[in-house]
Design a protein around this ligand. Structure first.
Ligand SMILES: Nc1ncnc2c1ncn2[C@@H]1O[C@H](COP(=O)(O)OP(=O)(O)OP(=O)(O)O)[C@@H](O)[C@H]1O
Ligand SMILES: O=C(O)c1ccc[n+]([C@@H]2O[C@H](COP(=O)([O-])O)[C@@H](O)[C@H]2O)c1
Length: 209
């Protein structure tokens, strides 16, 4: 079988999609998934008027030590239990795409899903370190971005090098519904109900039990 056939859309088992749909892409280690991920997804669904959010459970964040990362299938299965929502699809698609860097994943998804209005979603802690990601400016040119506020990183994120570079393309929070149709670069910072939950905290709790 050729590489192309191996990577055909059917084989990739992408969640249902169609031209015109508005889909938020929420990448993460999900080690483990928690209610903060769910709350952030619900905020994005509502405020950006998305049709779906796909959780892209990474085989391994390229900037993290993944030696102790549980298997992808386990993190996806638990993610599905936590998400428990008709409009949130939890997938390990990066393993099937054989991509690790977000820029490569987004390029591959755009190619395979023509006409879909994708938005990259991330918590504010990730905006604070976004300038360390591979091809981060290219990511911002590929699709609109929505940042979801998270306790502990509100100020560091908006003062970060990436936020500084992106500042001229920031749209007002009241314009969330327009973001999925906006020509990138375009981004928004969503404030609202926040969750202080983190996977680190849950792993530490599990270790001390
Ligand atoms: N409580 C939260 N509120 C908003 N966004 C969150 C929250 N927790 C995680 N996120 C976002 O979800 C995405 C995936 O995060 P990840 O799976 O690394 O969870 P985490 O809790 O940050 O994990 P860890 O503590 O191991 O770093 C990231 O964009 C992250 O910013
Ligand atoms: O592409 C990169 O360089 C890159 C660097 C750091 C993180 N990411 C992605 O950011 C998402 C959040 O990662 P994490 O581990 O903070 O949940 C996840 O999809 C990672 O693959 C991507």
């Amino acid at each position: 079988m050729t590489q192309n056939l191996a990577l055909s859309s059917d084989h990739l088992r992408l969640p249902p999609h169609a031209p015109g749909l508005r889909i938020g892409l929420f990448g993460g280690s999900f080690n483990p998934a928690h209610d903060g991920h769910r709350m952030a997804s619900l905020t994005a669904l509502r405020r950006l008027q998305l049709d779906r959010v796909w959780w892209l459970v990474t085989p391994g964040n390229p900037l993290k030590d993944n030696a102790a990362l549980p298997p992808l299938a386990q993190r996806v299965a638990f993610g599905r239990e936590i998400a428990d929502h008709a409009h949130i699809h939890v997938t390990g698609i990066e393993a099937r795409l054989r991509t690790r860097y977000t820029a490569d994943t987004l390029r591959a998804l755009k190619l395979r899903c023509p006409g879909v209005h994708f938005v990259w979603l991330m918590g504010s802690d990730n905006l604070a370190s976004f300038h360390r990601w591979n091809e981060w400016r290219a990511i911002a040119r590929m699709m609109p971005i929505a940042i979801i506020d998270r306790p502990g990183s509100t100020h560091s994120s908006v003062a970060s090098p990436a936020a500084n570079w992106l500042s001229r393309w920031r749209i007002s929070e009241s314009q969330g519904a327009a973001l999925p149709d906006a020509k990138p670069p375009a981004w928004i910072f969503l404030h609202g109900r926040r969750s202080g939950l983190s996977s680190t905290q849950l792993r530490e709790q599990a270790e001390s039990d």
